[in-house]
Write a protein that binds this ligand. Structure first.
Ligand code: FAD
Length: 491
């Protein structure tokens, strides 16, 4: 095995990794990015739709892993969506060059300033709302659906019905921005371009329309000529050397998951951007196998961002119900944060199944009053998550309150079709925390007890942000990397 030496390595190509790469490359630094997933764009392999799950639909699994209806068998392939199963919660993540941006719903939501302040009391909120959020809004190409299109398009009946019903029940709705290009969607609708959002593509990747990170930050970073992305390269563990550099044991695989070669990389500066669960796994596993130093705060303050799914069925589909045609891109939400007793946000979520299932789906985002903790289990050599139904008691009360109020005003029943008892407490798309900014790291993401190690991803956010998280993850990464560069950390 030969050792490759390189000054800066970033592990992971999601939001935190992509931001760090661009800003470092812009100031002339050479960066190597290691990503365990596939470079889909380069491979030329198309993403699958939800009606016909194929190569991109699951990370090395024999069956699909969608939140519902997993009736499809698969040939194992390094797909774009992965699921980690814990005792009381399942966590979905993206795999591939672009990380979660490949598979997510693209909802680009800026948190409420008051909640941001509560979650990050030490940050200058004013600066975030005048500088970093507007910056990432522009870089991520965030846009909003045209109201006229929304009103007329049959693929948004689920949003129109969802909003009408919410208003009837006395809830306040908001329009939700997205990184999916709505100009493109209007052309899809007119059949001028190939369809993606209107063709059941999203959680296994979008072939068109979505401005995922490979089309924004990563594209710009590659254009500097300073970034090299190595896909299908999984970092197994990290060692701290006497001279304070790092050695990485890396495994290159093919798309069936078979090993091509084992490699060793050495770097002076290491940025962990493997996503909340990926970063925690690397730190805690390396600690177990290599005595890698980890601060006592690592693993603490983990949360599911209050994710709680629920649904409603109509006995008799209301005014055509949510319809058989559904865009995969959500554009509506219910904002109930001002209710002191039941504060939550909920996405009016699509449920594109190719037929009218007379079901409305909601992903609630609640406060996380009781945080969980991530540790390492030596027996299984995997992460252990301390998270039980006790952590979601209040979330369940909110979901129950919401569904009852909606049903009272509009008819319908709690959906047993989607979830046992109508509640999906175990569905998590937004794992956050475990390497909290200012606790496990310094004020700019540099890990405590280390001189050349940084964390820049969702694990910096203490378990909750009140809305879908990628805008915040991106803004925090911009803030951290700007300050780290200013402090000459990468000189
Ligand atoms: P990630 O985007 O998770 O990127 C981490 C990358 O590191 C991955 O590509 C991974 O393969 C790689 N990696 C991990 N371990 C290793 C290793 N050992 N070696 C090499 N590479 C490694 N958020 C929103 O704001 N709006 C939405 O609409 C939304 N919808 C979602 C829908 C779904 C189905 C899912 C799963 C998530 C959704 N999210 C949404 C959440 C959002 O995608 C994540 O919060 C975000 O991607 C996290 O960013 P990150 O930078 O922390 O890491």
């Amino acid at each position: 095995i030969t050792t490759r030496e390189t000054p800066i390595i970033i592990i992971g190509s999601g939001y935190g990794g992509a931001v760090s790469a661009l800003r470092l490359c812009e100031v002339g630094k050479k960066v190597v990015m290691l990503e365990m997933g596939l470079n889909w764009e380069k491979s030329g392999i198309p993403f699958s739709s939800m009606l016909k799950p194929g190569k991109s639909s699951a990370w090395l699994k024999k069956k699909t892993i969608a939140p519902f209806m997993n009736i499809f068998s698969l040939t194992p392939f390094t797909g774009a969506l992965d699921r980690m199963n814990f005792e009381h919660i399942n966590i979905w993540v993206g795999r591939g060059v672009g990380g979660g941006s490949l598979v997510n719903g693209g909802m680009a939501v800026t948190p409420k300033q008051s909640y941001f302040k509560e979650v990050f009391p030490d940050l200058d909120a004013e600066k975030f709302y005048t500088t970093y959020f507007p910056l990432v809004h522009q870089e991520l190409k965030v846009n909003v659906i045209g109201e006229q299109f929304l009103k007329e398009c049959p693929y948004y009946q689920f949003t129109r019905v969802g909003e009408e019903e919410a208003h009837k029940a006395g809830f306040k709705t908001i329009r939700v921005p997205n990184v999916y290009d709505f100009q493109y969607m209007e052309k899809e609708y007119r059949n001028e371009v190939p369809r993606s959002a209107l063709n059941m593509e999203v959680i296994y990747g979008n072939n068109h329309g979505k401005n995922s990170l490979d089309k924004t930050y990563l594209k710009k970073a590659l254009e500097t000529g300073n970034l090299e992305i190595l896909d299908l390269h999984r970092v197994e563990d990290i060692q701290l050397n006497h001279d304070k550099t790092y050695t990485l044991n890396v495994r290159e695989t093919d798309t069936s998951g078979a090993v091509i070669s084992d490699k060793v990389f050495q770097c002076k500066k290491l940025i962990l951007a493997a996503g909340t669960m990926g970063t925690l796994k690397l730190l805690l596993h390396s600690n177990a196998v290599n005595q890698f130093p980890v601060h006592e705060q690592i693993g603490k303050n983990w949360g599911n961002n209050g994710n709680f799914m629920t649904g409603r069925n109509w006995v008799k589909p209301l005014s055509g119900g949510t319809g058989s045609k559904q865009s995969t891109i959500p554009v509506g939400g219910i904002d109930n944060w001002d209710d002191a007793e039941h504060p939550f946000f909920t996405e009016i979520a699509p449920l594109p199944m190719g037929m009218d299932v007379a079901t409305a789906l909601y992903l609630l985002i609640n406060r996380v009053d009781k945080k969980g903790e991530v540790s390492y289990h030596v027996g299984t050599q995997d992460l252990h998550l301390d998270w039980t139904p006790e952590n979601t008691v209040k979330m369940k009360q909110n979901a129950d309150y919401f569904v009852k109020k909606m049903n009272k005003a509009n008819g319908g029943t709690r959906s047993h079709f989607l979830f046992h008892n109508g509640f999906g407490a175990d569905v998590c798309y937004h794992p956050l925390g475990g390497c909290v900014l200012g606790k496990a790291t310094n004020e700019f993401g540099k890990l405590r007890d280390h001189e050349n190690l940084y964390v820049l991803d969702g694990s910096l956010i203490p378990g909750t942000i009140g809305v879908n998280p990628f805008m915040t993850i991106t803004a925090i990464a911009e803030y951290c990397i700007e300050n780290l560069i200013r402090q000459n950390e990468f000189a």
